[in-house]
Design a protein around this ligand. Structure first.
Ligand code: PHE
Length: 464
């Protein structure tokens, strides 16, 4: 932004806004749809036995995810500031303690940590585009492909290169600002992603065991459902909808008035779910057709799929498309992880957006080195092994654990408590601009009681 227009904005109190409801929906969907949908959802579904797990996951999205997303977007839009300032402003306005701003600090810290390792994993996907395109997987055996994966992880320089490139992509978009950067990127990335995903599903129909993949996802077998699967499903609902990390608050702070928060949150959640299910429909038919174990874990996308691509006609092309898709999805998520911090640096410290994006991005990149080295030269560094629950965890594992199992549910829980208990129901209702009394009551009950109790259960389970 030029100095002149910035001054003008400050005088008129104007701030950047999404140009339309559609732009917000694309951006929020871009944030939600990420590695969580295409990499994590299929493998945890595979590990947890399919259909019944999917059903619980869908229930969690509806009952916990959507209400909290509404709460977070509402906090952003009412405060019209970064998560830290928005929490402070709303709390003071309601006559509550300004200490609520610490929730803002926590969610920004979570986003900071998550992006540091998210970028490293997105880097794997970047490097796999090259492998797939160059035909490395063609006719390769499971061992060869496993070897490619482990030598990638064992090579700090290569991991560093891809991690750096991915952070650069993220910084470039965020530096360009809400309309010129974020909005423009998601308007290109999201439709491309949908098209690529449909192509992949088409490929799975043609070349995979589609009937079996479909049944695996949609025919619930409750005998396979464990308590830990229920809790995994709930935790994943948070991660996949980008909740508890300030992303939805930051994006909500650019949301114009008069846009229905309830409707948009429902649309975004549905799109996120559709993408996850489509990813499952693209992946499992290929997995089953090739005799791959559905429960093979985090390597499902990086080790099992290349095997399938290497054996199938047109595999090089579709493999390349698949990893491009994964990078697109991760990219539109990573920008939403950097945005809350940049928004805060800009508004609170008066730092120019470009500098803020570079400064924030470089700091996150630096922390990312911890994850990069966790897979190789520091793979033996397990600093918290004296505690039973952290035994054998590398620093990457610890960062993942700290955010996903502790900070994220806590962020979501606190956002729900803030909106459900600290603010008055009248102000909340006005901020949501919800006319229908019944709808409001349902949402309010979910946010006040159902969500906090459910999150507490996950939380206690994960700590215990
Ligand atoms: N929702 C993203 C995914 O599924 C991850 C993410 C979490 C992005 C939090 C932004 C904020 O991959």
């Amino acid at each position: 932004m030029s100095t002149a227009s910035k001054d003008q904005n400050e005088q008129t109190g104007q701030r950047a806004m999404w140009s339309s409801r559609m732009a917000f929906i694309l951006a929020a969907t871009g944030s939600a749809v990420g590695l969580g949908n295409i990499w994590k959802f299929p493998y945890i579904t595979g590990e947890n036995g399919g259909g019944a797990f999917v059903l619980v996951y869908l229930l969690c999205i509806a009952v916990i995810g959507i209400p909290i997303m509404m709460a977070e977007v509402m906090i952003g839009r009412s405060g019209r500031k970064s998560p830290i300032s928005a929490m402070r402003i709303l709390a003071t306005r309601a006559g509550r303690s300004a200490n609520w701003q610490w929730v803002g600090w926590m969610v920004i810290a979570s986003a900071f940590i998550i992006l540091s390792f998210y970028s490293v994993i997105a880097g794997w996907a970047l490097s796999y585009i090259g492998y797939a395109a160059s035909g490395t997987f063609a006719g390769a055996s499971a061992e060869t492909i496993g070897g490619i994966f482990s030598s990638l992880l064992a090579d700090p320089a290569t991991l560093l290169l891809w991690h750096s490139l991915f952070m650069l992509l993220t910084i470039v978009v965020v530096a360009r600002g809400v309309r010129g950067g974020l909005e423009r990127a998601v308007t290109l990335l999201m439709p491309a992603l949908f098209v690529l995903l449909l192509v992949m599903v088409g490929y799975a129909v043609a070349a995979g065991d589609f009937a079996r993949g479909f049944a695996f996802l949609f025919r619930p077998d409750f005998s396979k459902l464990t308590t830990s699967a229920v809790l995994t499903a709930m935790g994943h609902a948070f991660f996949t909808l980008s909740l508890g990390m300030g992303a939805m608050m930051a994006y909500g702070s650019y949301l114009p008035e008069k846009v229905s928060i309830a409707k948009t949150a429902i649309i975004v959640s549905i799109m996120d779910t559709v993408v996850a299910l489509l990813a499952g429909l693209a992946i499992f038919p290929i997995v089953f057709a090739n005799g791959i174990e559905a429960s093979s874990g985090p390597g499902l996308v990086f080790q099992s799929l290349p095997l399938a691509f290497g054996q199938m006609p047109g595999g090089a092309l579709f493999g390349t498309l698949f990893f491009i898709l994964l990078v697109f999805a991760a990219w539109s998520s990573s920008i939403s992880l950097l945005e809350p911090l940049v928004e805060w640096l800009e508004e609170h410290r008066g730092i120019d957006r470009k500098i803020a994006a570079i400064g924030g991005g470089v700091s996150i990149w630096l922390l990312g080195l911890v994850s990069v080295f966790s897979f190789n030269i520091w793979s033996d560094v397990k600093p918290l092994s004296m505690f039973k629950m952290f035994e054998g965890k590398t620093m990457f594992d610890l960062l993942d654990y700290l955010t996903a199992n502790i900070m994220l549910p806590l962020g979501g829980l606190l956002a729900a408590l803030f909106v459900g208990w600290a603010l008055s129901s009248k102000s909340v209702r006005e901020a949501l601009e919800m006319e229908d009394n019944m709808q409001f009551k349902v949402w309010y009950t979910l946010v006040r009681y159902v969500t906090p109790v459910a999150v507490l259960i996950v939380f206690i389970y994960n700590l215990g």
